[in-house]
Design a protein around this ligand. Structure first.
Ligand SMILES: [Ca+2]
Length: 255
């Protein structure tokens, strides 16, 4: 603590740290906005009132094994922790607190990151079946891509546009299918496709996002979701049989 205070004092005297530099090592995790981990989950290694966020970051930068900090702009409370918290950490409402982690958001090589959801995507340009694609994603602790929020879908479509598959006509299997009791059956209600994301959410795409004539459950055996080129620089979703040779997209969550 003596060393920490000495460094702190020096910082104030020489350059009056405003946090811009000191906090550069820390990554804000907005999913913890206005909250703290529940008392049973919160590991407080040091807590004090500071003047600015940069002071809190500087304390966290000290070599005491801190992995993150919570800072409250209103109360100036700086809470340093030796734990890295995940999105499944139980939280309590704590208005004003923001969480900064030592671990940057980073995906493995060849993956791209959708930071808002903490999701890493990877295009696999190897034609295979939907079932084999699903298993390949599971083998790396992921799953076929689930675009069950507008933010993920928008990000993914931009990604596809920047990384075209290179072979005209190929599409990608995604992580959506019909429940098993509805496979290879005609729709019970015309126009209700019954496709579900692997997250359990229904596939609720706007009509304009589907490819021409899709989904149509051709030959009553199109039970999974694909995305394919539907014209120049346009992607369209469609239902497909499971054994068409499509590429596929895996995702996994960082947190
Ligand atoms: Ca179709």
């Amino acid at each position: 603590m003596r060393r920490m205070m000495a460094r702190w004092h020096l910082c104030f005297v020489l350059i009056f740290c405003n946090g811009a530099l000191a906090s550069a090592l820390w990554t804000k995790d907005h999913r913890f906005d206005d909250s703290l981990p529940s008392p049973s989950a919160l590991s407080v290694d040091h807590s004090e009132t500071v003047h600015v966020k940069g002071q809190c970051a500087l304390l966290a930068n000290s070599d005491h094994g801190f992995q993150g900090f919570f800072y409250n702009e209103d109360t100036k409370n700086c809470t340093l922790t030796s734990s890295v918290y995940l999105t499944n950490t139980p939280l309590t409402s704590s208005p004003g607190f923001r969480y900064y982690r030592s671990t940057p958001f980073a995906c493995p090589l060849d993956y791209v990151l959708h930071e808002q959801s903490g999701t890493c995507f990877k295009l696999h340009k190897v034609p295979t079946t939907w079932t084999m694609a699903r298993d390949a994603c599971s083998a790396v602790n992921g799953r076929l891509a689930v675009l069950d929020t507008q933010e993920k879908e928008d990000f993914f479509l931009d990604y596809l546009d920047s990384a075209p598959p290179g072979t005209n006509g190929w599409g990608f299997y995604l992580g959506a299918h019909r429940p098993s009791d509805k496979w290879n059956k005609a729709w019970t209600t015309p126009g209700v496709h019954d496709l579900e994301w692997l997250s359990g959410q229904p596939v609720a795409l706007p009509p304009s996002h589907w490819g021409d004539g899709e989904p149509q459950n051709m030959n009553t055996n199109e039970n999974v979701l694909v995305i394919f080129r539907n014209g120049e620089h346009v992607w369209g979703f469609g239902d497909s049989r499971v054994d068409a040779p499509y590429y596929f997209v895996c995702e996994f969550a960082l947190f």
